[in-house]
Design a protein around this ligand. Structure first.
Ligand code: MLT
Length: 260
């Protein structure tokens, strides 16, 4: 079982999928709230990140999806609710493409169904070169200030420190592989009309990376969706405003008709 994961609590499974350049530890403030609400929480470290050491040269979203599918097979889980933030959302849309029957619910946080523009792809390749030369420091110095809102950056030094530790803990090879994989990802827009269950959208009001247009786009494409804007949060809404995030997530989980 190459993918490492946490498996906490009892109840209907909820799978939390992390963002770039972090690992499953980014869900620390979310896990106790969800398991306390009566759900089993599965938190993988995507290939190359955290404790999942093995990754290919290009970590495509399809590869992440296959590994998550193997993890669920290994656990004997035939259906779950999935929640992904940013890159976690891209990976979950890739999983939905190959295994839609696994999905009883979907929470898309600060993410998009669009493919990268040429400009974004170019920026990712430039970033892999910088990581090659300067290591994770380039992400801590240049990306981290954009991952959170200005108020979080100024007023929550503990979180900023924790994030910089988490970023520094990810191997440079895995970071570059994921950047290449994200650059290659196809648009998932074609899938949206096939989603026949309610989808929850959670976006930070000051997300500088994904932006509010992505949430509006999802609302246009998906038959049934509900948007929560987390005030005061940037891209990492679950870490910046955990109370607001958790109550919105639990509200959605509890609203789904689940046959255990
Ligand atoms: C993330 O938070 O996972 C990244 O911002 C995703 C991306 O670079 O597109």
């Amino acid at each position: 079982m190459p993918l490492q994961f946490k498996d906490i609590g009892k109840g209907f499974p909820v799978v939390l999928v992390h963002a770039f350049p972090l690992d499953g530890a980014m869900w620390e403030p979310t896990i106790p709230a969800i398991s306390g609400a009566g759900f089993r929480v599965i938190v993988p470290d995507l290939p190359g990140f955290g404790k999942s050491k093995v990754h290919p040269e290009i970590s495509t979203m399809g590869h992440f999806a296959k590994e998550m599918s193997l993890m669920l097979d290994h656990l004997g889980i035939g259906s779950a609710i999935f929640c992904g933030l940013s890159m976690g959302g891209y990976a979950l849309l890739a999983l939905y493409r190959i295994k839609p029957h696994l999905f009883k619910g979907l929470v898309l946080c600060d993410t998009t169904s669009e493919a990268d523009t040429e400009e974004k792809k170019k920026a990712r390749f430039q970033l892999t070169e910088k990581i090659h030369d300067e290591g994770q420091a380039v992400l801590v110095n240049e990306l981290l200030p954009n991952l959170v809102s200005e108020s979080t950056f100024d007023e929550n030094p503990q979180l900023v420190k924790r994030l910089s530790r988490l970023i520094n803990a990810q191997p440079t090879g895995a970071l570059c592989a994921a950047l290449r994989g994200m650059a290659e990802r196809p648009s998932s827009n074609d899938l949206m009309a096939t989603i026949d269950f309610p989808v929850k959208l959670i976006f930070g009001s000051e997300d500088k990376i994904t932006g509010a247009e992505a949430s509006k786009w999802f609302q246009e494409l998906i038959r049934e969706s509900e948007l929560t804007i987390i005030e005061g949060a940037g891209h990492l809404s679950n870490l910046e405003q955990p109370k607001q995030f958790n109550s919105s997530l639990i509200g959605y989980l509890s609203s789904l008709p689940l046959n255990h």
